[in-house]
Design a protein around this ligand. Structure first.
Ligand code: IPM
Ligand code: MN
Length: 346
């Protein structure tokens, strides 16, 4: 019989609340014969305050044995900036070689977006997840003096660029519109830009059925707002992808709906699914957080594990739920989770 062995890292702030709803919907959507096992990991700000640990080796090892990881949110104002980001979240992405950071954007019905009423938005950003300026490759001289010098080096390897570009071509080829846009800034970042563009053009020759396009990242931000329907699949580096996907969330229904998957398509390590939003300490513990982004991340998780029908059921439930949101009294985190659980079960 089938089974899913899931690691759960609720993390900080609203992470706890939204993950509970994600699990509620997961339980509701899975067929009877699928055995779901979950193990919760206590990682994040509280753990760091208590023990000084961000992600000890023993837990990193234990996490490796799960089929997938569901993560809520990491970060708290009481922890110095960067400690949990680098010591926990990025450590997981790097250790498990999550080179695909998959961030779909769909214009769901009835959502507050500057683009409401525009043609359908349905694109996916394939953000590189293990290289670029995220590798911690930099340094500082004369730190804290008026003569301080800082470098932050973007690392791009032929291996790393080619594998994400190939994955993006595969995804584009599998979609109806079959269009892939490379986003970079090769008029200024000429070395990395050359590697990306050259690799893109080389792989493109193997996918004649995919139409291709190139945009500088600054121009891409304009089109995200003025012409989002021109995008189908976008492939880009780690930092450009970080920024573009927040913008994508804002124009396509808000950060409360944006889901993501940190994927290692080889299966060598578990992939990790998380809402794009952060821990929102300002609203934590009040039942105000929208769990929809986490629920949609659960859909990505299910699709990754081969449960396509269940993934689609969740996405359809979210569409239907949003279509019926009437702008009346705001529902609590729990109420939204309950409504989605009822929909996917029926
Ligand atoms: C995200 C976040 C992270 C990133 C931070 C918290 C390290 O912004 O998942 O988009 O920059 O990747
Ligand atoms: Mn981000």
């Amino acid at each position: 019989s089938r089974s899913i062995d899931l690691a759960v890292i609720p993390g900080d702030g609203i992470g706890q609340e939204v993950v509970a709803q994600g699990l509620k919907v997961l339980n509701a959507v899975l067929p009877q014969d699928v055995k779901l096992e979950t193990k919760e990991y206590d990682l994040g700000a509280q753990r760091w305050h208590r023990t000084g640990d961000t992600l000890p080796d023993a837990e990193l090892e234990a996490l490796k044995n799960h089929d997938a990881i569901l993560l809520g949110a990491i970060g708290d104002p009481s922890v110095p900036s960067g400690v949990l980001e680098r010591g926990l979240l990025l450590k997981l992405r790097f250790a498990f070689d999550h080179f695909i950071n998959l961030r779909p954007s769909k214009l769901f019905p009835n959502t507050a977006t500057p683009l409401a009423g525009r043609p359908d938005i349905d694109f996916v950003v394939v953000r590189e997840g293990t290289e670029g300026p995220y590798t911690g490759n930099g340094g500082s001289l004369r730190t804290g003096t008026p003569a301080e010098v800082a470098t932050e080096v973007s690392l791009n390897t032929a291996y790393g660029v080619e594998r994400v570009v190939r994955d993006a071509f595969e995804r584009a080829a599998a979609r109806p519109r079959k269009k892939l846009t490379l986003v970079h800034k090769n008029n200024v970042l000429v070395y990395a830009g050359h590697l990306w563009k050259n690799t893109f053009d080389k792989v493109a020759a193997e996918y004649p059925q995919v139409s291709t396009d190139y945009l500088h990242v600054d121009a891409a931000t304009i089109f995200f707002v003025t012409q989002p329907e021109r995008f189908d699949v976008i492939v880009t580096d780690n930092l450009f992808g970080d920024i573009l996907t927040d913008l994508a969330a804002a124009v396509s229904g808000g950060i409360g709906l944006a889901a993501s998957g940190n994927i290692n398509p080889t299966g060598a390590f578990p992939s990790m699914f998380e809402p794009v939003h952060g821990s929102a300490p300002d609203i934590a513990g009040q039942g105000k957080a929208d769990p929809t982004a986490t629920v949609l991340s659960v859909a990505l998780l299910l699709r990754h594990l081969g449960y396509e029908a269940e993934a689609t059921r969740i996405e359809d439930a979210v569409s239907a739920d949003l279509a019926e949101r009437d702008g009346g009294a705001a529902r609590t985190t729990d109420e939204i989770g309950d409504a989605l659980a009822v929909r996917v079960a029926s």
